[in-house]
Design a binder for this molecule. Structure first.
Ligand code: AMP
Length: 188
């Protein structure tokens, strides 16, 4: 089984590339952000807990997202492979993922990281706010919190995977098709 992580700051295009990879390669897409937004829309207990954190630009607790990932793996055994989008976002999540995979007798295939500058993060999120109706995209202060959380909590994940030789980075400074071609070249 292949397990890819699509990594990068908010607005890097992880969701866009994941959808294209699903269409072209048949992988199963797991987006913790999409799953959390569905829980919020459904008004579930989990959604109620996550709503405030997400709308302020903060991360939800590691145990919550790790539990969601574990259930997705268990429910989708027959697929070709998984594309994880927006997970892991902390070193603790990366460690939990390694543990889950090793318990299944498997391991992560590789991390495909999409690099854009903070300035580009702001520009893209503002563009997305005009199209999608996400509360966490609409406000400068919330975007700053998300960028700060990315640098403080998520960026250390890069070294975690570099140490395993599993980290591959794409500089996403071109058009969507150009950037996608670079991402696709790193996926089987
Ligand atoms: P995304 O759609 O990936 O940008 O995620 C939207 C929001 O959901 C994030 O800003 C976090 O509040 C929350 N979230 C998504 N994935 C995770 C994760 N792996 N760990 C913690 N919080 C997450």
């Amino acid at each position: 089984m292949k397990y890819y992580v699509l990594f990068g700051p908010p607005g890097a295009g992880k969701g866009t590339f994941a959808k294209l990879l699903v269409e072209n390669h048949g992988y199963y897409h797991i987006s913790t952000g999409d799953m959390l937004r569905k829980e919020i829309a459904a008004g579930s207990e989990l959604g109620l807990k996550a709503k405030d954190l997400i709308e302020k630009g903060n991360l939800v607790p590691d145990e919550v997202v790790c539990g969601m990932i574990r259930s997705e793996f268990a429910a989708n055994g027959g697929v070709r492979g998984f594309l994880l989008d927006g997970f892991p976002r902390t070193v603790a999540q990366a460690e939990a993922l390694d543990k889950m995979l090793s318990e299944m007798g498997d391991e992560l295939t590789r991390v495909v990281s999409i690099y854009i500058t903070d300035e580009e993060v702001r520009r893209r999120i503002k563009g997305r706010a005009l199209v999608e109706n996400r509360a966490d995209d609409a406000d400068d202060e919330i975007i700053s919190t998300r960028i700060r959380n990315y640098h403080e909590k998520t960026e250390p994940v890069i070294n975690y995977y570099k140490a395993q030789g599993k980290y591959f980075e794409v500089i996403a400074d071109g058009t969507i098709p150009e950037n996608y071609a670079k991402v696709e070249a790193l996926v089987d």
